[in-house]
Design a protein around this ligand. Structure first.
Ligand SMILES: Nc1ncnc2c1ncn2[C@@H]1O[C@H](COP(=O)(O)OP(=O)(O)OP(=O)(O)O)[C@@H](O)[C@H]1O
Length: 321
């Protein structure tokens, strides 16, 4: 196993739509990142941040305007014939004839795939084993996504691109898909995931990058990205206690009797608060303390909050090691 070899290397990557100079638009503006083999890397960002424009370059569908992309050591656009058989792309709505059955569609796709997996086995993997004879037009939205995933898996891909893989799936379908993606990763498949579901990214990603306006503004593990955001403590101020008596060394926001504290030192702040409450023999109703979620971190970054002001060009905030 060539575990430490990089699956993807992106350097100074730009993508421009339209003409050079005036009238054109840079959707991707100087990206640098790497994805190790066997890693699950999630690309996040608000609508129009440039995720699809980036992933299309990784998939070799377009040539970068500037910069380089290497997938499994090769240029995915210039060396498409070498790279394409080794990657799997989960297309959004594959656009297959609606009259074909699930099995016929998979067989057709297998016909243009090098050394395809067994069709029945692949459909079983995505939970469509019992739906082989059903026509595409009769599938639910979630089942179509499962079929899209099955087709992406037919060629035993070393790198798998998943674009919004669980859109339209019911909660059970999402869990099943997550389990399958984890199994694939455990078997050494590298996965590049784009998703708007932050719980999905938090659940699956080894590392992630958050994009805004064509740039990566933060990269790191989900824990690193959230650790850089303040934690939150909330509780009800006990009757008869004025806010000024609160023992906290960090500022607290008081709304009616509800108190909210945001802190980078959750354990210290909580200890301070609880010791004070015991000393004063107070009960803190509605006490709730927790670290930032990926969703909170994302919203802050997407809105252009702290850590989001990456300079023009290549640099971005690297969270953690
Ligand atoms: N063919 C095109 N011509 C001109 N501009 C385009 C084209 N395709 C995309 N764009 C613009 O590039 C920017 C990035 O689009 P992109 O689809 O990569 O974003 P995204 O992060 O994938 O968004 P979403 O989450 O909505 O899919 C957007 O401002 C979009 O309007």
């Amino acid at each position: 196993m060539r575990h430490r070899e990089r699956a993807i290397e992106v350097s100074g990557l730009w993508r421009r739509y339209g003409p050079k100079g005036e009238g054109g638009f840079d959707a991707v503006r100087g990206l640098d990142f790497t994805v190790e083999r066997g890693e699950l890397f999630a690309l996040l960002g608000t609508n129009g941040a440039g995720k699809t424009s980036t992933v299309e370059l990784l998939e070799g569908l377009e040539r970068p305007s500037r910069g380089t992309v290497r997938v499994l050591g090769h240029d995915p656009f210039g060396e498409r014939r070498t790279v394409r058989p080794r990657i799997g792309i989960m297309l959004q709505e594959g656009g297959f004839p609606a009259d074909l059955s699930v099995r016929e569609t998979a067989r057709m796709w297998a016909g243009i795939t090098t050394d395809p997996r067994d069709i029945g086995e692949t459909l079983d993997l995505v939970g469509l084993g019992r739906r082989e004879e059903v026509r595409i037009k009769q599938l639910s939205g979630g089942e179509r996504r499962r079929l899209d995933l099955a087709l992406a898996l037919l060629g035993h891909p070393e790198v798998l691109f998943l674009d919004e893989p669980t859109t339209g799936m019911d909660p059970e379908g999402r869990r099943d898909t997550w389990r399958l993606v984890r199994e694939l990763r455990a078997q050494g498949t590298t996965v590049v995931l784009t998703t708007h579901y932050l719980d999905e990214a938090e659940e699956l990603a080894d590392r992630l990058a958050i994009m805004r306006e064509g740039r990566v503004v933060v990269t790191g593990t989900p824990a690193e990205v959230t650790a850089a955001r303040p934690s939150r403590i909330r509780f009800d101020l006990p009757e008869g206690v004025p806010p000024a008596r609160l023992p906290l060394s960090v500022p607290a926001a008081v709304d009616g009797r509800r108190v909210e504290v945001r802190t980078d030192r959750l354990q210290e702040a909580l200890t301070e608060l609880l010791l004070w409450a015991r000393r004063e023999e107070l009960t803190l109703q509605g006490l709730d303390a927790r670290s930032a979620t990926l969703e909170e971190a994302f919203l802050e970054i997407a809105r252009g909050g702290p850590g989001a002001d990456a300079p023009d060009g290549h640099e971005h905030a690297e969270v953690g090691a």
